[in-house]
Design a protein around this ligand. Structure first.
Ligand code: THU
Length: 159
């Protein structure tokens, strides 16, 4: 039997090592945690993305008493962006989260469903989405969602 190596490398840096534009985006994601409606999990997630023309769109997780009816911050931002500006690819997506103790020390990563939605954006616009995952102790930098979803199912997979 052969094995396939799917190992990945991601960047890790401090906020001041990011470009000024990316620092702004991360700050927007942090601020967006305040727009979370999360009375059930008490876990507030914020997302902010740059469209190709540098417009910023934000999202925050929205929960519901019927739990599956809620939506993650990442998909809230991506779907809002696509609803308003379907002509624009997504360039960069920043994510931040806080619990009762404040902003998370370690970055959180997008859930599986959000990874799949971000993958669709890369496939739709034929460009990678750079992802900045904020933690107070450092920022993870991921250059394409394919690094978080190494085996991908896209429209082409059905042909
Ligand atoms: N959540 C997000 O918004 N993004 C993630 O990447 C992980 C989880 C939300 C969903 C739910 O409202 C809460 O966090 C707890 O899972």
């Amino acid at each position: 039997m052969k094995t396939i190596d799917l190992s990945i490398k991601i960047g890790c840096c401090q906020m001041d090592e990011l470009s000024a534009e990316e620092q702004v985006l991360v700050e927007k994601a942090i601020a967006a945690t305040a727009n979370s409606y999360s009375p059930y999990s008490r876990f507030s997630v914020g997302a902010a993305l740059y469209l190709e023309d540098d417009t910023i769109v934000i999202g925050a997780n929205q929960e519901n008493a019927a739990y599956p009816s809620g939506l993650c911050a990442e998909r809230s931002a991506v779907f809002a962006a696509q609803s308003q500006r379907p002509d624009q690819a997504i360039k960069t997506l920043a994510i931040a989260a806080r619990n009762g103790g404040g902003l998370m020390k370690q970055p959180i990563v997008p859930c599986g469903a959000c990874r799949q939605v971000i993958l669709e954006m890369e496939d739709r616009y034929k460009r990678p989405v750079r992802i900045l995952l904020y933690g107070t102790e450092g920022v993870y930098i991921i250059n394409t969602i394919k690094d978080l979803l190494p085996l991908q199912f896209v429209g082409e997979s059905m042909k």
